[in-house]
Design a protein around this ligand. Structure first.
Ligand code: PMP
Length: 290
């Protein structure tokens, strides 16, 4: 990743219907989305010029906004056309797209019902890091001190900025201790997910993954569950307890950015990335490039 800040790059950003110079895509400091986290966003990957599962991501963006009680003032087709044109204008073929929508600055109080909703889309080069051999080494996770909250404390199905405070805190703690990422438990103490990816475990041809009843049911997670059928793996969605972490042979994370990332350890529990990691990396690579 480049050492210059994300606000310093060249190219265009789509902002409220216009393609503006990257450095001019600015907002006011008294923005509701900044103070009160009334912000939703998406993370999308572009493979060979095509956005993988664009429809699913767009639909989730609108659903997230609805869950946060605001309406995105553009049609889905307009946003998708803007994304395509933006990719071309910025010459991004293998990269990442970041649509974001937030409440503006008309009111700066808890209530913001009449604040204008703004939308922006940015994109940048980010080739998929699919060197399978390097991936197979796996990453190391540390269990986070912060827990995913109960489902009646926030609209957890929304990809909303407010949910990321504990993810950032947990990831910082993991990185400060020499780990790559954190594994978050939920409020009951069940295994939930990583800070921005879902988690799967494998024994032979059976995958185990936590039931997404208080965290994001990721699009990549759903893709892996679909692929499992074709690959003749069984998928068991169930409660997974931390006391079971030593019972699995393999573990991997799934996410738009993470793709399929093998895990070599969680705290003191080691895993050996093997056939399941290899099979799903291969199948996912094929699917996103199809
Ligand atoms: N959980 C969280 C908290 C995330 O931020 C993400 C990334 N969007 C995921 C799971 C995986 O979701 P997806 O596969 O849709 O990218």
């Amino acid at each position: 990743m480049s050492s210059i800040g994300f606000d310093q790059r060249q190219g265009f950003i789509w902002l409220d219907g216009e393609f503006v110079e990257w450095s001019q895509a600015r907002l006011h400091v008294l923005t509701h989305g900044l103070h009160y986290a009334s912000t939703v966003y998406e993370g999308e990957r572009v493979y060979g010029g095509k956005v993988f599962k664009l429809r699913e991501h767009s639909e989730r963006l609108y659903r997230s906004a609805q869950l946060m009680d605001f309406v995105i003032p553009f049609e889905r087709a307009e946003l998708e056309a803007a994304s395509r044109e933006l990719l071309q204008r910025n010459n991004v073929v293998d990269g990442y797209l970041r649509p974001v929508a937030w409440r503006g600055s008309e009111m700066i109080s808890t209530s913001a019902r009449f604040n204008r909703v703004h939308v922006a889309i940015a994109c940048w080069q980010w080739p998929s890091y699919f060197d399978p051999a390097a991936r197979m080494a796996g990453i190391r996770l540390k269990t986070a001190a912060w827990r995913r909250p109960p489902p009646d404390t926030s609209p957890f199905q929304a990809k909303a900025s407010g949910h990321y405070q504990i993810a950032t805190l947990s990831k910082h703690d993991a990185e400060n201790h020499g780990y790559h990422d954190a594994l978050m438990l939920d409020w009951r103490g069940h295994v939930a997910e990583a800070t921005s990816a879902n988690v799967f475990f494998a024994n032979g041809r059976t995958l185990y993954t936590p039931t997404p009843d208080c965290f994001l049911d990721g699009i990549t997670r759903q893709t892996v569950i679909e692929l499992a059928q074709a690959l003749d793996y069984q998928v068991v969605e169930r409660t997974i307890l931390p006391t079971e972490l030593g019972d699995f042979e393999e573990c991997f994370l799934t996410g738009t950015a993470a793709e399929i990332t093998p895990v070599q350890s969680i705290d003191q529990h080691g895993y050996r990335p093997g056939n399941a990691c290899r099979d799903f990396i291969a199948a996912y690579t094929q699917t996103v490039n199809a």
